[in-house]
Design a protein around this ligand. Structure first.
Ligand code: ATP
Ligand code: FE
Length: 351
């Protein structure tokens, strides 16, 4: 079927058209310029921008796909979790389209969109292990089905992307912090500053990253005090030390998640990394090596499908549709919506 997907849960307005596993178009309209001056995403501004742009974005996606609205077989939309104003805009737009076209409406969990992407890009079979690692999230999931996820653990405070961004801010590097810290780290010595590896002594797969930024802040301040400022090499060494700490923690916790996952003896053991931090080459290389050792297939979707997009929403929608899951006009936008299997179902679920 031809599926139109809509995404508006954070600061990207996105629309995409899929036919089967073919992504016919994926349009993402970012809002960086709108929020830049405020130092973060302003929910009211985001909601208004989504409301203004969703129709245009959908039109553009249909245009690029070379199809008309009348050909669309179903509408998939992010119904949460996220900033409620934006999610509401998307859900209302989707309800309008589904009613006008008289086609099924499918409410999709944004995180399920991320988690199911490796099925779209690499055709992974269930169950597979996923590390979702982004600016707002960090969790290990066993993905068993389009609505069946087991969370093995996750961050108890900051997400790694957030830690990269804060580290960049502390060291006076440009945003987003991930790419700039990675570039600096390539010129640095990761052994010069020994930064903490939080929670390694604690059992299980939970992670913590907030202590790392405090450690970076302290190192910076003591360097500034001792020598009146930061040398280029200090910056590079701090970035390298920080990135190595994130890598070591994620590798160790992934090792444990893999052990838990493999204890179920999956038929086709596979691991997928997703989210903006998955772009980090040092991290990818380390996780790829770990998977090779453990006998797991390693996959990482292309970056455009790792960060927020609507192709993943259309794909998750098509997986739900194949199970016969659609929603009616009582579909609700939810600000919070955990992925765990025992999470309460949506209103208007499973018609
Ligand atoms: P979420 O989707 O969880 O709500 P988000 O939209 O902020 O959060 P993404 O767009 O998936 O997340 O990812 C953005 C984050 O990824 C930023 O914090 C950015 O610094 C980080 N990032 C991007 N490239 C890299 C890189 N090469 N290394 C490390 N981090 C990176
Ligand atoms: Fe996201």
């Amino acid at each position: 079927p031809l599926i139109l997907g809509l995404e508006s849960s954070c600061d990207d307005t996105a629309a995409a058209v899929l036919r089967g596993r073919a992504v016919l178009s994926s349009v993402v309209m970012g809002q960086n310029a709108l929020h830049e001056a405020f130092g973060g995403v302003v929910p009211e501004i985001a909601a208004r921008a989504h409301a203004e742009r969703l129709d245009l974005c959908a039109e553009q996606a249909l245009d690029e796909a070379g199809v008309t609205l009348a050909q669309v077989d179903a509408i998939a939309v992010t119904a949460g979790p996220g900033l409620i104003g934006g999610v509401l805009s998307g859900v209302m737009t989707a309800k309008g389209l589904a009613t006008a076209l008289n086609v099924p409406l499918i409410g999709v969990n944004h995180l399920a969109g991320h988690a199911l992407t490796p099925r779209l890009t690499d055709g992974l079979a269930f169950p597979y292990l996923m590390l979702l690692v982004s600016g707002g999230h960090c969790q290990f999931l066993v993905v068993r089905g389009p609505q069946d996820f087991t969370r093995l653990g996750g961050t108890i405070d900051d997400a790694p992307g957030e830690a990269f961004d804060k580290t960049a801010r502390i060291l006076g590097l440009p945003q987003p912090g991930g790419p700039s810290v990675e570039a600096e780290a390539a010129m640095g010595d990761e052994t010069r500053f020994r930064l903490p590896r939080p929670l390694l002594d604690r059992e299980g797969c939970d992670l913590s990253f907030s202590g790392l930024k405090t450690a970076i802040l302290r190192q910076r301040d003591s360097l500034v005090e001792a020598q009146g400022g930061l040398h280029a090499q200090d910056r590079a060494d701090l970035c390298a030390g920080f990135q190595a700490a994130v890598r070591d923690v994620l590798v160790e916790k992934t090792r444990r998640a893999i052990a838990a996952y493999l204890s179920e003896t999956p038929a086709e053991p596979a691991f997928a990394i997703a989210g903006g931090v998955a772009a980090n080459q040092t991290l990818r290389a380390a996780l790829e090596a770990l998977c090779a050792d453990a006998g797991l297939r390693f996959t990482a979707p292309p970056l455009g499908l790792c960060t927020d997009n609507a192709a993943m929403i259309a794909w998750a929608g098509s997986e739900l549709l194949a199970l016969g899951v659609t929603h009616d006009m009582t579909l609700q936008a939810r600000p919070r919506w955990p992925l765990d299997r025992d999470a309460a179902p949506l209103v208007g679920h499973g018609k």
